[in-house]
Each structure stands twice: as C-alpha cells, then as structure tokens.
Design a protein around this ligand. Structure first.
Ligand code: AHM
Ligand code: MG
Length: 335
C-alpha cells in the first residue's frame, strides 16, 4: 500500500476539526469538535438505515401525520429527527435542537447547565426522494445559545446567519459525503463504511465564478414573477447552460458547489417566500457558499443578513457562483 493512502485514511473528520481551531479557545474547540463527532455519528446511523430501508419492514412510506410545514411526514423524517435527538442526549453539549420536523425547539434539560449551543437541522432534506432510492441529505448549523433556557419561542434564534458558528450537510448518495465549515474554508469527507470513519476528500473547496448549471423547478414557471421567467428565458436562449434538478436541495447544492452554476427557489404566487426554510436549510448552505467564494441571495439582499421573524420562516433562495447569482439579481433589480 503506498504510504500516501495511509496518511489520507488517517485524516479523519475528528482530526480535521481539531486542526481548525486557531481562533477558538481551548474549551470551545473541545465543544465544537465533540459536537461535530456527534453529527458524524448521526450521519452514520441515518446512512446505515437509508442503505437498507427498502429491505426493512416499515422503514419507508408516510406516517400519516402532517408536520408544522403542512407537509406529509415520512417515516424516515421521523427516524432521522430522532437520531439527532438521541445522539445529543446526555452529551452535555447541546441544550436545544430545532428542526424542520418540530414545531418548537426540543430542550435537553440535563445538558442546559453546560451546553450553551443549539443545533439547527433538517434531518432528511428532499424526503420525496426517499422512497425511490434517490439521493437525500441532512443539513445542520450550530449557533451559540443566547436566550433564556426553555423559551418555547426560542427568540434568540431569530438572528442573522453570521451568528452561525459552523454549518454543513451530509449527502446520502452513492457514497455518503459530509461537507462542513467552521468559518475557515469548506471541506468534504467521504464515509468509508469499512472503517466507519469520514475520511478527508477535499480541503478548501472553492466554487467557480461562473458555471453551466441552473437548478430550479421549472414546473413553477407560471407561479413566478416575470423577472424570474425572464432570467430563465435568458438561459434558454444562450449557449452553455444546462438544467439539473433532483428535488433534493443538498444534492443540487453539492453539484453546484463542485462545478459552478446557480440554484434557484424563488417565491411563487402561492408562497411568496418560496419553500425553503431560512434557519436550517438556506442559511447553513449560504454560510458554506460564502466560505467557498460563492454567493447567496434572496434576490434583493444577502441571505445571511436576513433576520427571520419566526423559527420556520422561509425566504427565496438564489445560491451558487458569484456571477450567476448576480445575473439573477440583475434581472430582479431591472424589473
Ligand atoms: P423537504 O426538506 O421537506 O424535503 O423540502 C425541501 C426540498 C428541497 O430539498 C428541494 O430543493 C425542494 O424541497 C424541492 O421542492 P419542489 O418539489 O417544490 O421543487
Ligand atoms: Mg428540507
């Protein structure tokens, strides 16, 4: 075995996280690296279940419930949501979890005296892909807990995206990939199932300034404002563009991060704020995109400047290569 592959195999996620800490105090460094280890454990548990779900009685399909978003809940949504709760119970690290699947934040009282962090997450992003064996993801962000413990409204979470200490996602595809940033660069790891470890794949990922892909649900064409329709007509008329849309944000985002382009989820007639939720979908990905030299916008404002009015608030999202996001913004501004 060539020596370099051994060195590479030893660059695990936990080692990498510890190396990131020149700007954090020792206590913070320990906390954040322990939290990242727990997130990696959640990712492994979810990945394991997804890989066998079709063989397990009762793992797929709907529960029959509707979540706070008014969407039908899938059994995998519930499982993955509970995985995150379980891995953080008795961790002492995270006092509160807030997710797409829970109307109010979930407090872990035994952690609250010392755990001054909140985990925000979307346990299964792109749930519609789950029953047909296509890629799905999980999205997460870590924020400092600033408010009173046990506030059911969690008002201290209603702040802009620069308050995120760390963010990332897990893409459950042919391999399971974890991408994260603690504010210094964006790094990707691949789960080696034989080792049970996330192994470094790429450090300091940067997105090209322009890319060929535009990723949007064109089924909403007549639901959009004219400026967005005009932008889409522009890419139809020009060479060098290609459409890709999987129905799972994490997968579409990952393609764009690696190859350049733009993902769009504009407002629609029915939902002027679009579909994607700020705190645990758009803001974590915007944090990563900016650290990778890209751009994230609501169409008129920097996405990370947005202060949500409520936990499950939505915003339009335009995210990707700088030039492509700016082009979309120029169509919106000109209209
Ligand atoms: P989910 O977290 O409930 O699965 O919803 C979010 C998903 C994103 O992954 C994806 O980009 C979007 O919804 C797709 O929505 P649509 O079917 O309206 O295009
Ligand atoms: Mg989602």
């Amino acid at each position: 075995i060539p020596e370099y592959s051994l060195d590479r195999d030893c660059t695990t996620l936990s080692r990498h996280v510890l190396q990131q800490f020149s700007t954090f105090t020792a206590a913070e460094a320990q906390d954040i690296s322990a939290i990242m280890n727990r997130i990696a454990l959640a990712a492994k548990l979810i990945s394991r279940r997804l890989s066998r779900a079709g063989l397990m009685a009762g793992a797929l399909g709907f529960t029959g419930e509707t979540n706070v978003q008014g969407e039908s809940v899938k059994k995998m949504d519930v499982y993955a949501n509970e995985v995150f709760i379980s891995v953080f119970k008795q961790s002492g690290l995270v006092c509160r979890l807030a997710s797409e699947e829970m109307e109010q934040p979930y407090y872990i009282p035994e952690n609250c005296p010392i755990g001054r962090y909140t985990l925000l997450y979307d346990p299964i992003d792109g749930s519609s892909n789950v029953d047909i064996n296509l890629n799905v993801g999980s999205i997460f962000a870590i924020r400092q807990q600033e408010g009173d413990d046990f506030d059911p409204q969690a008002k201290d979470l209603l702040q802009h995206g620069d308050k995120q200490i760390a963010a990332g996602y897990i893409l459950y595809g042919p391999s399971t990939i974890l991408v994260y940033s603690l504010g210094k660069g964006v790094h990707s790891f691949i789960l080696d199932p034989s080792l049970g470890e996330f192994i470094l794949a790429e450090e300091n990922i940067t997105i090209p300034q322009h890319g060929p892909v535009y990723s949007v649900n064109e089924g909403n064409y007549w639901q959009w404002e004219e400026s967005i329709r005009e932008y889409i007509r522009y890419v139809h008329r020009h060479d060098g563009y290609t459409a890709r849309y999987s129905g799972a944000l994490v997968g579409d985002f990952h393609r764009i991060l690696m190859q350049g382009g733009v993902f769009l989820y504009p407002g629609t007639n029915k939902n002027p704020e679009g579909k994607l939720r700020l705190l645990y979908e758009s803001a974590p990905l915007a944090f990563l995109m900016e650290k990778a030299n890209g751009k994230a916008s609501t169409g008129t404002e920097r996405l990370l400047d947005i202060v949500p009015k409520k936990l499950h608030a939505r915003t339009p999202l335009f995210i990707g290569s700088k030039e492509d996001v700016e082009l979309v913004e120029s169509f919106i501004a000109d209209w």
